[in-house]
Design a protein around this ligand. Structure first.
Ligand code: NOJ
Length: 742
């Protein structure tokens, strides 16, 4: 028995060894590594921010002290810097240029949170392709996206950059973005290496304040925060980035458990792991390193291949290797990962970027894709008396609100390279596309989202009085979300709520469009407005997209990728929560508690006295101009065994008058398990188009692997017992069918 085992171990070693030497890229790396000095290896691990053609940068490149440059975008400059590396450094290793191309480069798409609201992976992939085409034309071959942090706290500004609260939806969106950025083959000059970030747990930041500490039990880490990253590895993502936060006291840039045990050993990842900006240095402020040398040692030990802007590696690795604290073998591993990507991108063979006759920016096709994405990212939350789409009886509209004509704000966070002059605002689009059909009266009311000016409100009221319908565009300026832009109060800023109330008091129907970087607490505003579209920051083409939705050329199909809370105090609030031992029941709200009531007279169940239980709108919610009827859910078998699968199906009928798209969502619940399980978990979705009156059967296949979760022994498996399955229009509706896992 032992001999047999030994034979297989030897065979595996030989096969792995052969695969390694037979791979032409690995052979090239071996050869190049054998010629590199320790200093040249360390140079590859150093990433600096661009300083143009500065003397200092050129001298560092020539002496092999830089492996990658971020934030350098001028094509002539990137080609010239590349020439210095290729022709004037000893080994001629090309540079890798990087940039944050997050939701577009020039043509800006909706913020990632908005993109996730489309639930349309093909569309998202095609948008990332547009970004790659535009960005690579300037010499950039690496983007720091997608951000696939699970975000369940809307106070956190970076929720805008996330795909929301759900591991499955985030995984699907992340993979779509990776495919779009990287294209079919990394060696294609229009391919951008993608970066799964931030590894890991960044979204769990305490109190929604950026960079804050996180405390994440391992089961939650593995079940909730890590799945999108594992999917990214499986999809072939080229790079990973560490997060800024500490997890359970250990900052990610020095976290051996995350970076070596999980990423490299368990997932077999062979791409680059880059630190975040100065995050190696910041381990000193975290209080886990004495100085930069100590931080360097911890980051290298944790397997961080590249140092972004800490100047740690370039200054300290050499002495740490020479004194035997770090082995050169560890350094070789990192350099291998870096060179591997440079070879795969084809940089050794084609280091320069050809200057195109015309830069491929804002092409008609790209703008069309951006518009379609903005259309599908808008979520219809309310539509009383079918106010939307506006019908022919509407002869005039008052276009009001600080976001109605704010070209920069609609672009959202993270668009370093965007030009607001290319934005088409809602006002411009309504005037240009529908101005011949309706009279357009424009009056911003408030000049920016935080504006408190009452005079502006008075003018807006006058405009509203002259119109049949009010179109009110409210929300947040782009600077109120994104990195380090967190809020403790997530209501509509400034006097926007007062503006809505004043407009409502005119008696005119009000359509409220919310353009924001996060879920806002808008319960009062939703009750006052007649129709509400939640549009996030929709990018360059937000205006035409919203105009088409308002006037009925397009039908809303967006679904919330994140829960909208009633009050900020409910946060974190998400659909996949666990059940308490005392679920909410017969809630007595704060204004109904009799004075002097006995402490136990309210029933002792789980809710907030002032917010009740449950969200303003649940995850997955979104209305249409038509209606969809879901038949009962059918399951192919009542019971399954480990390793088997079942089919869950239902019929969906478009019972309304509009042809439209619907996102059918597939959820399951594990009713009894060794650990309390979420009340529902998304396991699949399909976005389908149905003509008015059309019925379609949809099927989801479920295997027992999808039912697995980590137990306290860190074993990932599905436990026998009873399960429920839903196919529904959102996370809170529908009736389940049941099945048993034997
Ligand atoms: C810091 C951010 O956290 C990260 O997402 C970004 O990619 C880097 N800075 C580089 O700009």
């Amino acid at each position: 028995m032992f001999k047999k085992k030994l034979f297989f171990i030897m065979l595996t070693i030989v096969l792995v060894g052969c695969a390694h030497t037979n791979d032409p890229i690995e052979a090239k790396i071996d050869e190049l590594l054998s010629r590199m000095t320790l200093q040249e290896k360390i140079g590859q691990m150093n990433q600096l921010t661009g300083t143009g053609l500065s003397k200092d940068m050129i001298s560092q490149i020539k002496s092999g002290k830089v492996g990658s440059i971020l934030n350098e975008l001028d094509l002539k400059t990137t080609n010239e810097l590349q020439r210095k590396a290729v022709k004037e450094s000893r080994l001629g290793i090309p540079l890798l240029f990087a940039r944050d191309v997050i939701h577009g480069f020039k043509t800006i798409f909706p913020i990632p949170l908005g993109q996730a609201a489309t639930w349309n992976t093909q569309l998202i992939e095609s948008g990332a392709r547009v970004a790659a085409l535009e960005a690579t034309s300037t010499g950039i071959r690496w983007t720091f996206a997608p951000m696939i942090d699970i975000a369940r706290d809307p106070r956190w500004g970076r929720i805008a950059e996330s795909c929301g609260e759900d591991p499955y939806l985030t995984s699907q969106m992340g993979v779509a973005m990776i495919k779009g950025f990287q294209g079919k083959n990394l060696s294609d000059p229009t391919s951008l290496a993608a970066c799964a970030k931030h590894f890991a747990g960044y979204g769990a930041t305490e109190s929604g304040k950026d960079y804050n500490t996180t405390w994440i039990p391992e089961v939650q880490l593995r079940d909730v925060y890590l799945p999108p990253f594992k999917m990214a590895v499986d999809a072939g993502v080229a790079t990973f980035m560490c997060s800024f936060n500490d997890i359970n006291g250990v900052p990610s840039s020095g976290n051996e458990f995350l970076n070596r045990q999980i990423l490299r050993k368990e997932w077999n990842y062979s791409g680059i792991l880059v630190s975040d900006w100065a995050s190696i240095d910041q381990m000193i402020k975290h209080g886990v390193c004495n100085d930069l040398k100590d931080a360097t040692q911890k980051a290298v030990k944790a397997g961080v291949d590249m140092d972004m802007m800490s100047y740690a590696y370039i200054n300290h690795i050499e002495e740490l290797v020479k004194s035997g604290v770090i082995s050169e073998k560890q350094i070789d591993e990192s350099v291998r990962n870096i060179l591997r990507l440079k070879y795969r991108l084809g940089l050794f063979d084609h280091p320069y970027t050809k200057e195109p006759a015309n830069m491929p920016f804002y092409t008609e096709e790209s703008l069309e894709k951006a518009k379609q994405t903005a259309i599908e990212s808008a979520v219809l939350l309310k539509n009383d008396r079918n106010l939307l789409p506006l019908n022919e009886a509407v002869k005039s509209v008052a276009v009001i609100g600080p976001l109605s004509d704010s070209p920069a704000d609609q672009l959202g966070t993270w668009c370093f390279d965007a030009e607001p002059s290319h934005s088409v605002t809602p006002l411009a689009a309504i005037q240009n596309l529908y101005g011949s059909k309706v009279k357009v009266i424009a009056e911003k009311g408030l000049t920016y989202s935080r504006d408190m000016n009452a005079q502006g409100i008075a003018k807006a009221v006058l405009a509203a009085r002259k119109a049949d319908v009010v179109l009110l565009f409210v929300g947040e300026e782009s600077q109120l979300s994104g990195e380090a832009h967190c809020r403790a109060d997530i209501s509509l800023p400034g006097a926007q709520s007062a503006l809505l109330t004043a407009l409502k008091n005119t008696g005119k129907p009000v359509v409220m469009v919310v353009m924001a970087g996060r879920p806002l607490t808008i319960g009062k505003e939703v009750s006052e407005a007649d129709a509400v579209l939640y549009a996030f920051h929709g990018g360059t083409m937000a205006g035409p997209a919203l105009a088409d939705l308002i006037f009925g050329k397009a039908v809303p199909s967006g679904k919330l990728p994140v829960t909208l809370p009633r009050m900020v105090g409910q946060v974190p609030i998400y659909y996949a929560h666990k059940m308490t031992g005392r679920p909410a029941d017969k809630m007595t709200m704060i204004d109904k508690i009799p004075v002097g009531a006995n402490q136990t007279s309210l029933g002792n169940t789980s809710y907030h006295l002032d917010a009740g239980d449950g969200p303003l709108f649940p995850f997955g919610f979104g209305l249409s101009y038509t209606a969809f009827h879901y038949s009962g859910v059918k399951i192919s078998k009542n019971s399954i065994s480990q390793g088997q699968s079942i089919t869950v199906s239902c019929e969906i009928t478009n019972t309304g008058k509009f042809d439209a798209a619907e996102v059918a969502q597939f959820y399951v619940r594990d009713l009894v398990a060794s650990l309390a399980r979420p009340v529902k978990e998304l396991k699949g979705f399909q976005k389908i188009s149905l003509k008015a009156g059309e019925t379609r059967t949809i099927n989801f296949t479920l295997n027992t692997e999808q039912l697995a979760f980590y137990n306290t022994d860190m074993i990932n498996r599905a436990e026998p017992g009873d399960f429920q399955a839903w196919i529904s229009t959102d996370s809170q509706s529908g009736k389940p069918a049941t099945f048993k896992l034997l």
